[in-house]
Design a protein around this ligand. Structure first.
Ligand code: NAP
Ligand code: MG
Length: 403
């Protein structure tokens, strides 16, 4: 069989158990079928340390050039990791560095299988959460006050003119907070969301609390609407998808009653909270994919989970682990599909879809890793090791028949 050819994508290798899985996926599920063409960057912690973390910046720059990247989970060092790896420095989170370089928004989507039922019975299709990852309460200034007095919100422009509003005349102690966001960041967020909706051919919902926050949240709403009208309205119409804004309270009710199958964009705090709720309600962190989409149309795919450290330590002791590779497989298929789409490489897109189907069919047949076996409904559940699972997927890919 002739292997499928492709243009290059950026490959960012990572750490611990996911690094092991990464290699297995390439060896068993991709390289036998595709002439895999990647620009390889080793974001494993050791190599980040050796390169003073420049490898992360290089990988982000390469993503701007090649437009598509796939990333393995990586360790974000803390004090314990600095000691464990003898690091020169407590390097920053690679995901933070890449996000800053690409100015992107992260979209998280559950991978659904019929044997694992969402807690919300009506959900038939995945709900993707798009969280704005800049500003608001995450960059707020706040402090407590302990005596009566007047709190004011003061802005001094560069030319010296001032704008001042009383926040509250305190008759007792209390607490104060100042938050901000920037038009440029909100615009980038909006464009990433519209780009992703086009790329997924799904409706985009956006919700804030603009009835209460008449300037702050209203700004988000107006920026989204302006960018939509000016840049995306026609493209959405052509694809038959919709953008719609609604108050967050209304959105929550609609999400719960929905069948899924759309993208829900949220401000930073709302997205933090709602993404945990939605992902938990769908089932398992190991079944959640994540893609960073930049407003300029760069895509970086990964699994939402981390490096699965506890399994890695068992692996190092020579034990076989039952770590779920599904989200990492889907990170690869997401990137291959996007590469294929951008280049009109149908064979590559078809291969990616086939690999996804082989993976899901394996689980549907009852062959799954331990985390899913605990949640699965139905008979004939067979818990397998990581390698056992990948082998089962491979044999389906080869002949379409179960093991
Ligand atoms: P984690 O690696 O996601 O693992 C948390 C727990 O969830 C695991 O111990 C495991 O539970 C379960 N789990 C997660 N993924 C699984 C999978 N594929 N198959 C089976 N079980 C899975 O999160 P963490 O322990 O908080 O973080 C570990 C390291 O990952 C940290 O160094 C952190 O910095 C890094 N991290 C990286 C990323 C990223 O690169 N995107 C994201 C998050 C965390 P059991 O042990 O109970 O089986
Ligand atoms: Mg959270």
């Amino acid at each position: 069989m002739e292997k499928i050819k492709m243009n290059p994508i950026v490959e960012m290798d990572g750490d611990e158990m996911t690094r092991i899985i990464w290699q297995m996926i390439k060896d068993e599920l991709i390289c036998p079928f595709v002439e895999l063409n990647t620009e390889y960057y080793d974001l494993g912690l050791k190599h980040r340390d050796e390169t003073e973390d420049n490898v992360t910046i290089d990988a982000a720059e390469a993503t701007k050039r090649l437009k598509v990247a796939v990333k393995c989970a990586t360790i974000t060092p803390n004090a314990q990791r600095v000691e464990e790896y003898g690091l020169k420095k407590m390097w920053k989170s690679p995901n933070g560095t890449i996000r800053a370089a690409l100015d992107g928004t992260v979209f998280r989507t559950p991978i659904m299988v019929s044997r694992i039922k969402p807690n919300v019975r009506t959900w038939e299709k995945p709900i993707t959460i798009a969280r704005h990852a800049y500003g608001d309460v995450y960059k707020a200034t706040e402090y407590r006050i302990t005596s009566p007095g007047k709190a004011e919100l003061l802005f001094t422009a560069d030319d010296g003119t001032q704008q001042c509003e009383t926040i509250y005349d305190f008759e007792c102690g209390g607490v104060l907070q100042g938050q901000y966001n920037k038009d440029s960041s909100i615009e980038a967020f909006a464009r990433s969301c519209f780009e992703y909706a086009l790329s997924e051919k799904q409706d985009l919902w956006f919700s804030t609390k603009d009835t209460i926050s008449k300037q702050y949240d209203q700004t988000f709403k107006l920026i989204f609407q302006r960018i939509f009208d000016e840049e995306y309205k026609v493209k959405f119409e052509n694809l038959g998808i919709k953008y719609f804004y609604t108050l967050i309270d209304d959105a929550v009710a609609r999400v719960i009653r929905s069948r899924g199958g759309f993208i829900w964009a949220l401000k930073n705090y709302d997205g933090d909270v709602m993404s945990d709720m939605v992902s938990t309600a769908f089932g398992s962190l190991a079944m959640m994919t994540s893609v960073l989409v930049s407003p300029f149309g760069y895509f970086e795919y990964e699994a939402a989970h981390g490096t699965v450290t506890r399994h890695y330590y068992r692996h190092l002791k020579g034990e076989e682990t039952s770590t779920n590779p599904v989200a990492t497989i889907f990170a690869w298929t997401g990137a291959l599909k996007k590469r294929g789409e951008l280049d009109g490489n149908t064979a590559l897109c078809e291969f990616a879809s086939k690999l996804e189907k082989a993976t899901l069919d394996t689980v549907e047949d009852g062959v799954m890793t331990g985390d899913l076996a605990l949640l699965a409904e139905g008979d004939n559940v067979r818990k397998v090791t990581t390698k056992g699972f990948i082998d089962a997927v491979r044999s389906r890919l080869c002949d379409g028949e179960p093991l």
